[in-house]
Design a protein around this ligand. Structure first.
Ligand code: ACM
Length: 538
């Protein structure tokens, strides 16, 4: 009888270990299951080249996760001849792994983690962390099923955008969000920092942007009431100091996340114009917007505006070391440019046909400035109207306007494909009648998962211009960190798999099974995901 029980326990152990093989999201692109288990205990050592400081950073995430899971801190030793009961991290030179790929070999006597770069080591650590038994209480021995993973992402741009203008999110939340993006191997945080209802980034050369532009006198409480808008009567605002931004940029870099700041132009400029009326296209002063929707306030296209924008961008470039800056470009309705005779005269003098061409001229000028400082610009797909500025990347968002996507691809521009239909996480996701008020739409988990970022019209060669995809969280109806998390998770897990895992390896049923494990991590990390608060549709 004892023998039967022992065999039964062995089978159960093997089965539960085998089930771990499917636990990683986004799913790795090559997984081979092997016999046996590796056991992490107090004596397990971590080994790496101790002179490599950045390796230390990635490895520390692994050590911390083990500490959470087991209560003990694994000893670290320099690369040595101790080969058993060790987790060994190595930088290698394997072409096929590229910049972000990694190899993770879990064998009965050791775990080997190798990658060409720190980025790859970090992603291997994220995979390892997801393999830990988050479903159970901290334990002294952690068993990992043996396997060999050789993994690298499908797309280089795996992003998430957060609108911090409509509502301001504190730095503590931004850091938690960055942790959670890293968990999903998201490498780009697109930070929407300026818009009509609030300017959120300290600019030393123009202090009124945050003295004035970061605060609105009140906020609309229910914008569905048509012309009879109701307001809360409460001053609202906030901004990030440059010191805070530097800390966050470093925090993100430690997690191999690049921050792409968005400084909107020529539209969505009401908060800036409220701060410095000489930037505007009318003589009538305005205030920071208190309600949502597209506003008519556009920067004027005169030299003073470019003086302003260049000074602002110079500070932005110093703060954010990434390759790209996002210059907005969306929803710039041209009424104020049409109504202003001096602007009409400018169009004539420049030999342009219309206001669309003026916008294109405006963006081109900014692009040239950015280029002179070694930066690239990316803009929403409206920057294709009136001629796409050379070397600009396009962020395609309007599902109902396919033309800019076609034009961007044909014009050889790099493209991030983030259409409303699949990537707008401000849309409802559960039963709209049960959910708190959202902006509209309906985007379920399975719909996000079904997204294919490469448009069907692309040739193999053109497909290379698709840099990737991202989720967008506009916050008209999202005023708290908890609700932002509810809207993001687990839909972000689905999008992460779209961005990382090759199309032929995707499997929605497998994803939902693996998601059950990821939800345990969400619980451990205190993420207020949809499904915890309300049943999630799929
Ligand atoms: C956008 O949603 N206005 C880019």
């Amino acid at each position: 009888m004892k023998k039967v029980i022992a065999i039964f326990l062995f089978l159960v152990a093997e089965l539960s270990v085998f089930a771990q093989s499917t636990k990683i999201i986004p799913y790795p692109n090559n997984v081979k299951e092997l016999e046996g288990v590796f056991t992490i205990n107090k004596q397990t050592s971590i080994q790496y080249d101790l002179f490599n400081d950045t390796l230390k950073r990635s490895v520390s995430f692994f050590r911390e996760a083990i500490q959470t899971q087991s209560g003990f801190r694994l000893p670290v030793i320099a690369n040595s001849s101790k080969l058993t009961n060790s987790v060994i991290f190595r930088i290698v030179n394997v072409d096929s792994l590229g910049k972000e790929g990694y190899i993770l070999k879990i064998q009965p006597n050791q775990i080997e983690v190798s990658a060409n770069t720190q980025n790859g080591i970090f992603y291997a650590v994220q995979s390892l962390v997801q393999l830990l038994p988050w479903e159970s209480k901290p334990q002294n021995i952690i068993s990992l099923a043996c396997k060999e993973i050789a993994d690298s992402p499908r797309f280089p741009w795996r992003g998430m955008m957060l609108d911090c203008s409509r509502y301001f999110f504190p730095t503590g939340f931004i850091k938690k969000l960055l942790d959670n993006l890293a968990l999903h191997k998201i490498n780009t945080f697109h930070w929407h920092l300026t818009d009509d209802p609030g300017w959120r980034i300290e600019i030393k050369a123009f202090p009124e942007l945050t003295n004035k532009g970061a605060y609105r006198k009140e906020t609309v409480v229910d914008s569905r009431t048509g012309s009879l808008l109701k307001f809360d009567g409460k001053r609202y605002g906030g901004f990030y100091t440059q010191q805070e931004l530097k800390e966050i940029v470093k925090y993100a870099a430690d997690r191999f996340i690049t921050i792409v700041p968005e400084i909107e132009m020529p539209g969505h400029a009401q908060a800036a114009i409220a701060s410095y009326p000489w930037l505007g296209s009318t003589d009538v002063p305005t205030e920071v917007a208190t309600s949502w929707g597209v506003k008519p306030y556009l920067y004027n296209p005169f030299d003073t505006t470019f003086y302003f924008l260049e000074k602002v961008l110079t500070e932005v470039f110093e703060l954010f070391p990434g390759e790209y800056v996002h210059i907005g470009g969306d929803e710039a309705i041209k009424d104020q440019w049409i109504a202003n005779p001096k602007i009409q005269e400018k169009i004539r003098v420049l030999g342009l046909k219309n206001e669309h061409e003026l916008q294109s001229w405006f963006i081109r000028r900014v692009q040239q400035f950015a280029q002179s400082r070694g930066k690239k610009i990316i803009g929403w797909d409206e920057i294709t109207e009136g001629g796409t500025p050379k070397d600009a990347a396009i962020m395609y968002w309007r599902s109902d306007h396919p033309e800019p996507l076609v034009e961007a691809v044909k014009g050889n521009h790099p493209v991030v494909v983030t259409p409303t239909e699949f990537c707008y996480f401000d849309y409802y996701q559960a039963l709209p009648s049960k959910e708190p008020l959202a902006i509209g739409g309906y985007l379920t988990l399975d719909k996000v998962y079904s997204f294919e970022p490469i448009p069907s019209f692309c040739s193999k060669e053109q497909a290379k211009q698709i840099m990737g995809t991202q989720a967008n969280l506009w916050t008209e109806f999202i005023s708290t960190p908890e609700y932002a998390e509810y809207m993001l998770f687990p839909r972000l897990a689905a999008l992460a798999e779209v961005a990382w895992t090759y199309k032929e390896r995707k499997d929605y049923t497998g994803f939902t099974k693996r998601l059950n494990s990821l939800l345990n991590i969400y619980k451990a990390k205190g993420i207020k995901y949809c499904g915890e608060l309300l049943p999630c549709a799929n």
